[in-house]
Design a protein around this ligand. Structure first.
Ligand SMILES: Cc1ncc(COP(=O)(O)O)c(C=O)c1O
Length: 445
């Protein structure tokens, strides 16, 4: 049972705290009073060092689309390991993965590999700045785009920072030490409010290099961008000469063509990451050749951006990614989407049956659980009340103690090794949690 001071995880955590601040190097896996340590994982199950087994709906924040240690990925990585881990030369595997990723997505005219989602976002923003010669970027309120100063703004902004339609949202630095020169070069726009967003953007149009938007932002409630919003951003960027960047690091899970084809509006650049690397560190920027030409090394003189990276396109990630993507046939994506829909519908039904406000949002294989019936389309409507947040945190912990792992924002990602039995277990556990919540009357405020 979490939290147990005599557990091996608690002991390890104590050891970790002696050499790492808060015993941790990754805020997203931190939990109090200690972190749970994994021992191993296979398929859709993960085992901690105290021997507790859980169904893994977290899948390392959506990375593991084929679950843990999938034999085909293990085989491709083992084969590559025998041929060398990384080279100071290019390898054919990067061409194969690039071809496979670019061919189905019209806006992916070419691609550049890096090693994380954060790096992909940094690289896309650098490309947009070099291409336009302008300094500013715009991002959506509530959107998370990685650990980088220029996007570490207004991720958790509170009601008094929001736009009321007549003013722009206040840019709120998430971390201390972000210089004013960064803040003054970031424009915050409200999600799914095309009129206000464009009005704000117009005020900065001469200086804007890029508008960065996640078409299915997990931290804005995992609700999709409306076509109207994306079209407004597309029209603005086209007419003002700035670059439209989609952060599809999570939403690319919707299918081979990501969210952009499903939502019907094409960006100039897209960042991808997470599952595409098959569980190995991965990120990429893909997009229009005209913009990506800023990295071109072939002309006379220096390129606009000289972009290196010791582990970029490393053959281990490339082979794991290639095998991962090859297994993701249209049928596999359809099956994932159908399981996702089943999960979302059944979760929402459980809340109704229990008489507790709640629902699941999401698309494709992704779901997020909320303790409210409110229909939301923007950050303001989504923003959880303290009681909703408290209930969500209680549920995540209940899941943890009853064999289910989801992320700490109750975000889940279904993998291809899951089936209806795992969805059933998720729904049954939710049902038991809601009954306990009602019995205990602990969550009233
Ligand atoms: C939408 C989005 N963009 C960017 C990132 C950053 O990716 P990474 O953690 O691989 O640096 C994340 C990570 O969760 C994300 O969800």
């Amino acid at each position: 049972m979490f939290a147990d001071p005599s557990s091996r995880s608690a002991q390890l955590y104590e050891r970790a705290c002696k050499v790492m601040v808060s015993g941790n190097t990754r805020a997203t896996v931190f939990s109090s009073p200690y972190q749970i340590y994994a021992a191993s994982a296979l398929g859709c199950r993960i085992y901690d060092i105290d021997g507790v087994e859980r169904i893994d709906f977290q899948n390392n924040y959506s990375v593991l689309i084929h679950g843990h240690a999938h034999p085909a990925i293990v085989e491709s990585v083992e084969e590559q390991l025998g041929k060398g881990f990384c080279y100071g030369l290019a390898s054919e595997s990067e061409i194969s993965l690039a071809e496979l990723l670019c061919s189905p997505v019209p806006s992916f005219e070419c691609i550049r590999f890096v090693n994380s989602g954060t790096e992909a976002v940094i690289t896309a923003i650098r490309a947009a700045r070099a291409y336009t010669g302008r300094p500013k970027i715009a991002k959506i309120e509530g959107g998370y785009n990685g650990a980088y100063d220029f996007v570490d703004i207004s991720i958790r902004s509170a009601p008094h920072d929001w736009s009321d339609g007549s003013n722009a949202p206040t840019g709120v630095p998430e971390s201390r030490g972000i210089p004013d020169c960064v803040l003054s070069n970031v424009v915050v726009i409200p999600f799914n409010d095309p009129v206000t967003a464009v009005r704000i953007l117009e005020q900065h149009k001469e200086e804007l290099a890029a508008v960065v938007v996640d078409p299915l932002p997990p931290r804005v409630g995992l609700i999709p961008a409306t076509r109207e919003f994306l079209e407004a951003l597309r029209d603005f960027t086209q007419s003002s000469g700035s670059v439209l960047i989609y952060d599809e690091i999570v939403s690319f899970r919707l299918g081979y063509q990501g969210a952009q084809v499903e939502l019907g509006v094409e960006p100039d650049l897209t960042t991808i990451g997470k599952f595409v690397g098959g569980g190995f560190p991965f990120g990429a920027v893909a997009g229009k050749k005209e913009v990506m030409a800023v990295f071109d090394l072939r002309g006379a003189g220096a390129p606009l951006i000289w972009h290196g990276g010791t582990f970029n396109a490393n053959p281990i990630t490339m082979s794991a990614g290639l095998t991962t993507m090859q297994m993701l046939t249209p049928e596999a994506f359809m099956r994932l989407a159908s399981l996702g829909q089943q999960a979302r519908e059944r979760i929402t039904e459980e809340f109704r049956a229990a008489g507790i406000p709640g629902q699941a949002t999401g698309l494709g294989s992704l779901f997020r659980i909320h303790f409210t019936d409110r229909r939301f389309t923007n950050y303001g409507d989504f923003y959880p009340l303290p009681v909703e947040k408290k209930r969500m945190e209680w549920l995540v912990r209940y899941f943890l103690n009853h064999g289910i792992l989801v992320s700490n924002i109750a975000l889940g990602a279904i993998s291809t090794v899951m089936g209806e039995a795992e969805i059933q277990q998720l729904v049954d556990t939710l049902s038991a949690a809601l009954q306990e919540m009602k019995r205990e009357h602990t969550m009233e405020t």
